[in-house]
Design a protein around this ligand. Structure first.
Ligand SMILES: [Zn+2]
Length: 119
């Protein structure tokens, strides 16, 4: 196996381990128009901390990255986004990764952010 690939796999698994061992750092901040939340690695960005639907949605994305690993979830998310864009003209409404996050967001996922930054 090429050394660069070993590094890539190792770094991917290391980042996934931070998701499993750590917890989300929620940052309440302004986001571009039309976007209410973003999840990337251990960071969840939301416009409004009181918006539990968005918090839960991004928390699902957090666990998608933990379970599938960051690179694995990206490799699934991007084709899903491309498919949704081709079918619906947006990256969300037919993207399986988004559909799962939208489906679970209304439920009580037991997510109570303990680390919150306001920016
Ligand atoms: Zn989403």
């Amino acid at each position: 196996m090429p050394e660069w690939l070993r590094w890539l796999v190792g770094l991917n698994l290391l980042l996934a381990s931070f998701l499993w061992i750590g917890e989300p750092v929620v940052i309440e901040t302004g986001l571009p128009p039309g976007i209410t939340g973003v999840s990337f690695l251990n960071f969840i960005l939301v416009e409004d901390l009181a918006d539990t639907g968005t918090l839960n949605h991004e928390y699902v994305h957090y666990w998608q990255q933990a379970i599938l690993t960051p690179i694995g979830s990206g490799l699934i998310y991007l084709p899903g986004a491309a498919y949704s864009l081709a079918v619906d003209g947006n990256i969300w409404s037919s993207n399986p990764m988004e559909l799962l996050a939208f489906a679970l967001a209304p439920y009580d996922l037991g997510f109570e952010p303990r680390i919150v930054w306001r920016w």
